[in-house]
Each structure stands twice: as structure tokens, then as C-alpha cells.
Design a protein around this ligand. Structure first.
Ligand code: ARG
Length: 438
């Protein structure tokens, strides 16, 4: 084959192990379309400088359409130029004028990522939509809400679902923010100093080939998005245990045990959790590579490709699996509601006193004492008699019985973001409108 790009300076051949070591073609070939697209724009700009004739430009453009990769190509950019030379001969030699693989690869990645964003956004929207529709249908289902993994307050199951939909919708906004960082286009920058042929960078830009984004931002984004999905998966794994039995995963997203016949494991969710670790690793690994690099291009930057592609592939799959899991899991309403217990209404007991004029701190302490007494008597909070409660505070009366009602408790949280039926329901059209506008 021989190196077509730097053969002048070199007399010796590359060591075979070095050949393999430096090659990125195994993975950067996925950017072939972006590379051709950027190259086409560059040739058109070159023609305007007069360095490439109209005829040569046309030959180059036709040649670029016949692209195919061969073993021995170091990277997609080398492959592209080598092949062009095979197709059209001499004019191919003019094609890299003023361009470096440095500005070329930076352009390729931005082009590639632009399409990647569109696909990932689409998949994330599908997931959110699945969650929102599920929340709409299951609005009546109540469940315990947990903090510190301790039973905290009764909530609607939909409130839980929509909390995760909200995180994901913020991820979409973040993706859009990255996409919006436009108009600093690498092509036409050369290797470091710039372009000496007065290339029209403005027209290159107008060819819609540029966005300004560093791959690192995408790695941050992937890490953030999978953090959210991993947290959601963690809740669902817990809710799916026999001890909770709140949800049942379908067989399609579960696996069995080769030894224990009864087992049904939530592998889909566990893998979502693990993929978050994988993607952070990619991000952290690339940051380690970046942190001590001198300015401008150094070959280590080639490492960003695998991080970027792997992050894309991972998020791409995780979003689809999450959509599958959420759309097919079964909710065990009686288990969810059966897990509610009167102790979770201790806050309501305090609010009951607050409504009778007691300052909240004092009310909190009174309700706490009531919890203590119930615990020492080994009975539920709701089973304390009015007499028991009156020892704690004379404000307690027969009407305290109205506290022991989960739905009533939930319905008091009717301010925006609350778990009352109207506030959860109000979020649904809001999400639907937002989804439509995407
Ligand atoms: N394959 C290289 C990469 O991915 C392309 C850029 C090479 N540039 C250079 N000056 N060696 O980063």
C-alpha cells in the first residue's frame, strides 16, 4: 500500500505492531459519511480559491461518492484520500490542500454527533412519552414514597414515574444546549496556524457542516443521562423484589437462573445500572487522557472516538431497553397500597395540630411523642386512643380520626409538583405539549 500522505519525509516502513497501534480505522470508519460530507464541502471551497478547477472539483466529488475502505488505511481520512486517488488519479492530490486531519477529524466528529443527537433525542422522547402515558393511566394507584429508603409519605405511583420523566426531559434540554453551541467550525483551521489560501470559511459554515461541540460534553451528557436511568433502574429492581412485590417485570426483560428454577432476575435493569458505570468510565478515562495534553492536536486525542462511539451505542441501547421495561412492567396495586402504613401519616398528625394553631416545631414534637408511645405499645400510630393522644397534647380530639386516610393525605399536596391528583394530572398535558414541540 505505502503511505500516500507523508511518503516524502519517510524512507523506512512502519513497524507492523506500530501500524496496528496507531490505526483508528476499526472504529472511526463509522464516521465515513461525515468525512465525505465535510470533504465535499471543502473541495467546493477549494474550487472557489482557484486552486482546484471546476472539472477537478467535479471529478473529486464523483470520486468521493465511490468510497470504500481497505485494510492498511490508518484512519477514515487516510482511507478517503487513498481511495479517491485510486478512482480519479491526479486531481486527488490537490484535495487536501490547506487541510489537516486535525481540522478534518474535528469536523467529522461534529457532523457525526449531530446525527447521533437526533437519534438519541428521538429515543429519549419515546421513553418519556411511555412514562407519561403510563402515569396518566395509573393515576389512581398509591404507593409509599421513600426517603433514605425508609417509608416517608404516601404518594401516587404516577408521581414517582413523572419524577423520572422530568429528569429525562432535562437531559433532552441539556442535549439541545450542546447542539446549540454552534458556529465555531474547525474546517479551514488547518493543523494549527490556519488556512493560507483564503478559503471561504463562511461558505463552508453555510454548507451546514458545523456545530461547535467538544466530544467531552457528549461524554458528560451520556454520564448524566445514564445516572438518571440507573437511579430509576435501582428503584425498580427494589420494587420488583419479592419483599416489595410492587412491580413485575415481563419475561422479555428478565432472565432466569441456570441452577435455581424459581429465579427471575431483573437483568435488564441491572444492566442499565451497570452501563452507567461503563459510560462514566469512558468519560473519566478520556478526561485522564486530556488533562495533561499540551494545546492543539496530539495523537492521544484519537482516543475520543472509542469513548464517543461506545457512549453513543450504550445510551442508544439503554434508552430502548428502558422504554421496553417501562412499557411492559406490571404494577401490583394491592402490594403498593398494602405497603402504606399509618406511621407514614405522622407528618399529617403534626399538620393536624398545626391546623389547630400549634407552631409546626411543637406539633412535630407532639407527633413524634405519639409515634414513640405507639411504638412502645407495639401498635400502629392510628390505634392510639384520643386519651393516649391527649397526654401528648390537649388539642387532640375525636376529629383526629380524619388523619388516618391515605388518599386524603395525598390530596392535600395540591400545589404544583405535589402528589395530589390534580397536580400530578396537570403535569401530563404539560409533558404532552412539550413532547409534541420537540
Ligand atoms: N485518526 C486521527 C484521530 O482520530 C485523525 C487525526 C490525525 N492527525 C494527526 N495530526 N495525526 O485523531
Amino acid at each position: 500500500e505505502g503511505e500516500i500522505n507523508w511518503s516524502g519525509r519517510f524512507v523506512g516502513n512502519t513497524d507492523p505492531i506500530m501500524e496496528k497501534f496507531k490505526a483508528s480505522i476499526a472504529y472511526d470508519q463509522r464516521m465515513w459519511e461525515a468525512d465525505i460530507k465535510g470533504s465535499k464541502a471543502y473541495v467546493k471551497a477549494l474550487q472557489k480559491t482557484g486552486l482546484v478547477t471546476q472539472n477537478e472539483m467535479e471529478q473529486i466529488l464523483t470520486g468521493l461518492d465511490k468510497f470504500k475502505i481497505k485494510p492498511g488505511d490508518e484512519d477514515i481520512h487516510t482511507a478517503n484520500e487513498r481511495r479517491l486517488k485510486e478512482f480519479i488519479g491526479n486531481p486527488a492530490g490537490k484535495f487536501h490542500t490547506g487541510r489537516s486531519r486535525n481540522d478534518q477529524v474535528a469536523t467529522d466528529m461534529r457532523l457525526w454527533l449531530r446525527d447521533a443527537f437526533t437519534t438519541l433525542k428521538e429515543l429519549a422522547l419515546q421513553l418519556i412519552s411511555t412514562m407519561v402515558e403510563r402515569a396518566a393511566v395509573e393515576i389512581e394507584i398509591l404507593c409509599p414514597g421513600y426517603t433514605h429508603m425508609q417509608r416517608a409519605q404516601p404518594i401516587r405511583w404516577s408521581h414517582w414515574i413523572l419524577s423520572h420523566a422530568a429528569s429525562l426531559s432535562r437531559d433532552i434540554k441539556r442535549l439541545e444546549d450542546i447542539r446549540k453551541c454552534v458556529n465555531v467550525m474547525p474546517l479551514g483551521s488547518g493543523a494549527i496556524a490556519g488556512n493560507p489560501f483564503n478559503i471561504d470559511r463562511e461558505s463552508l459554515r453555510q454548507d451546514q457542516i458545523s456545530i461547535n461541540m467538544v466530544e467531552t460534553k457528549f461524554l458528560f451528557w451520556g454520564s448524566m443521562c445514564l445516572t438518571h436511568l440507573s437511579k430509576m433502574a435501582e428503584d425498580l429492581i427494589l420494587y420488583g423484589t419479592n419483599e416489595f412485590s410492587f412491580i413485575i417485570l415481563t419475561d422479555a426483560y428478565s432472565t432466569g437462573s441456570s441452577l435455581m428454577p424459581q429465579k427471575k432476575n431483573a437483568d435488564s435493569l441491572e444492566l442499565i445500572r451497570s452501563k452507567a458505570g461503563r459510560v462514566f468510565g469512558r468519560c473519566a478515562g478520556f478526561l485522564m487522557t486530556l488533562k495533561a495534553l499540551p494545546s492543539t492536536y496530539n495523537k492521544e486525542l484519537q482516543e475520543d472516538k472509542e469513548a464517543m462511539l461506545d457512549t453513543y451505542d450504550t445510551v442508544h441501547t439503554v434508552l430502548q431497553v428502558a422504554t421496553g421495561v417501562i412499557s411492559t412492567l406490571k404494577v401490583n396495586q394491592s402490594a403498593m397500597e398494602g405497603a402504606l402504613c399509618p406511621d407514614m401519616l405522622a407528618t399529617d398528625l403534626a399538620y393536624h395540630l398545626v391546623r389547630k394553631g400549634m407552631p409546626f416545631r411543637e406539633a412535630h414534637s407532639c407527633a413524634g411523642k405519639a409515634v414513640y408511645i405507639a411504638e412502645s405499645k407495639n401498635i400502629h400510630l392510628s390505634k392510639l386512643t384520643v386519651e393516649d393522644l391527649q397526654i401528648v397534647s390537649p388539642l387532640f380530639d375525636k376529629d383526629v380520626s380524619s388523619v388516618w386516610d391515605y388518599t386524603k393525605s395525598i390530596e392535600q399536596y395540591s400545589t404544583p409538583g405535589g402528589t395530589a391528583r390534580n397536580s400530578v394530572t396537570a403535569q401530563i398535558p404539560h409533558f404532552r405539549t412539550w413532547l409534541q414541540a420537540q
